[in-house]
Design a protein around this ligand. Structure first.
Ligand code: NAP
Ligand code: MG
Length: 479
């Protein structure tokens, strides 16, 4: 238990200039759109932040037409060196306006300011810097002879890392000479709209980036649009499958980054205190709204009791509350809908016989909140061991041998990420070799870098984002 309380340390929100309502960003300008509007709220307080336009099919059509014109007339003709200059410019503006982006992201998403300030925004800028460097070197990236862009890319992203997912999508697309229409998630549209301002500030040619806000139907209109050459989607496996079906038989290319249910394996020779930090970071970072979250802890039986006790002691010190407070570790759940889903799955965990535990913590009375939760005595068949919860809920399972750890880790329809904790390099490599997961972290967790490819196996999707592999998805080669 903490022996003292932290004084409040709220970040000022005055750096953010919220407009009461926002239009769509098409052809370099904010336009009204022909559809209806919806409100975006702060999940920490339920305060309405702004009214946002729901793009209709006609608006999506206008955005795709703008992207097509920009592709044909300007962007596909520009040299890589010149495209790179724009990307560098965007990266530098993101750095200059970092505080504004961090506060806005925290307001709209509910994540702690410490995370948006130290992770989301710097990594988004890093993605633009990294891809700026590639823009004039694509011939040397090992992608094949004469790599060329696809044309117009339709991109749809989720709400858990709104600006960062935008950067993962837009930076490689632009570096390779494609133009973009992007739809942010319904609950977190504001940082994408601020990014549209950055595009204006960088003098990006009109139509190269278009932002259409809206809900599922707007996303569907975009991915099904006949003049979109490639679809890049990050979101749930259910919607990913629907998209794969809808584009089957067309000439469209697609990358799908979907859900996960990662195993975090702790062997009995692991440095326990470090492992406990890694477990906490693995599942409670960003309220567990992380596709690659370490949501299944697999701990070797001989140290299970010790790990569990130290983990619980550590969780007692987590600070849950106001996301704008710089001392906050765990912020708000992004929406009521997501809170309901987490609540339902946690109840199922109890009903199926697992033991539920949460640290003592007072949750704010307004907004959407869920206390960090640990389930022990979980078995493989429990829903909380199989389904993605996408919240601050950890399921603890045990194992006796490395072979059992691997078998349990791979017993999932997903395969996005995994973690291994051990002192022995040989055991780490043996385990990593056998895990069917796109990313395996060793003695760490949730580390991201634009130079490193990220993506899934099985129902976690296909295609890679980041690194040289991520470029591949945005170019065609040969005839
Ligand atoms: P989601 O419901 O699939 O939504 C993702 C995006 O797709 C949103 O912009 C959504 O709009 C839009 N959408 C909904 N229905 C659509 C349709 N029929 N056609 C086209 N677009 C549609 O997922 P979510 O619940 O927001 O996000 C959480 C999921 O994303 C989790 O499963 C998580 O694992 C996954 N994720 C994966 C990665 C990765 O890299 N693998 C990264 C982050 C998150 P609305 O916002 O209006 O619903
Ligand atoms: Mg919101």
């Amino acid at each position: 238990m903490p022996t003292f309380d932290y004084a409040p340390a709220p970040e000022s929100r005055s750096v953010v200039d919220l407009s009461p309502s926002y239009g769509l960003f098409i052809n370099g300008e904010f336009t009204e759109g022909t559809g209806s509007t919806f409100k975006t709220v702060s999940p920490a307080t339920e305060e309405v932040l702004a009214e946002v336009t729901e793009a209709s099919a006609a608006d999506v059509d206008a955005a795709v037409a703008a992207a097509r014109a920009a592709y044909t007339r300007v962007w596909s003709r520009m040299s890589g060196t010149d495209r790179g200059k724009y990307l560098y410019r965007i990266a530098r503006i993101l750095q200059e306006r970092a505080r504004e982006f961090a506060v806005l992201e925290t307001l709209d998403n509910g994540k702690p300011i410490r995370e948006s300030r130290d992770v989301d925004v710097p990594l988004a800028a890093a993605h633009f810097f990294y891809h700026a460097g590639w823009a004039d070197k694509l011939d040397f990236a090992g992608l094949g002879t004469d790599p060329r862009p696809h044309g117009v890319v339709g991109q749809v992203i989720p709400w858990n890392f709104p600006l960062l997912m935008l950067a993962w999508k837009i930076a490689p697309a632009l570096a390779t000479g494609n133009t973009v229409v992007l739809k942010p998630a319904e609950t977190t549209p504001l940082s994408a709209l601020l990014f549209a301002e950055v595009c204006q500030q960088a003098d990006l040619p009109p139509g190269v980036v278009n932002i259409v806000t809206g809900a599922g139907p707007t996303g569907q209109a975009l991915v099904e649009h006949g003049d979109v050459d490639k679809v890049a989607f990050t979101g749930s496996t259910g919607v990913g499958k629907a998209i794969a079906r809808s584009i089957a038989g067309t000439r469209k290319k697609a990358t799908l980054e979907l859900g996960g249910k990662a195993a975090n394996i702790v062997y009995d020779d692991a440095p326990v205190d470090q492992a406990v930090e890694g477990i906490v970071n693995g599942i409670f970072f960003n309220q567990g709204h992380v596709c690659c979250a370490g949501s299944r802890l697999l701990v070797q039986e001989s140290i299970a009791e010790e790990v569990e006790a130290r983990l619980k002691r550590r969780l007692e010190t987590l600070r849950v509350g106001d996301p704008l407070d710089k001392n906050t570790d765990v912020g708000a759940i992004n929406s009521r809908e997501q809170l309901d889903r987490i609540t339902e799955l946690a109840a199922a965990g109890e009903a199926e016989g697992a033991e539920r535990w949460s640290p003592r913590c007072e949750l704010p009375s307004k907004g959407f909140w869920f206390a960090p939760t640990v389930f022990t005595g979980v078995s493989q068949t429990h829903r909380i061991a199989q389904e993605e919860i996408f919240g601050p809920v950890l399921s603890v399972l045990t194992f006796r041998t490395p072979a059992e750890a691997v078998a349990k880790a791979n017993n999932t329809p997903y395969g996005l990420s995994a973690g291994v904790w051990s002192e022995k390099g040989s055991l780490i490599l043996w385990t990593a070799d056998r895990l069917r997961a796109g990313v395996v972290w060793a003695n760490t967790f949730n580390k991201f870098d634009p130079t490193s490819p990220f993506g899934g196996y099985k129902e976690s999707g296909y295609g890679r984002e980041g690194g040289r592999h991520g470029l591949e998805a945005y170019v065609r080669t040969g005839a």
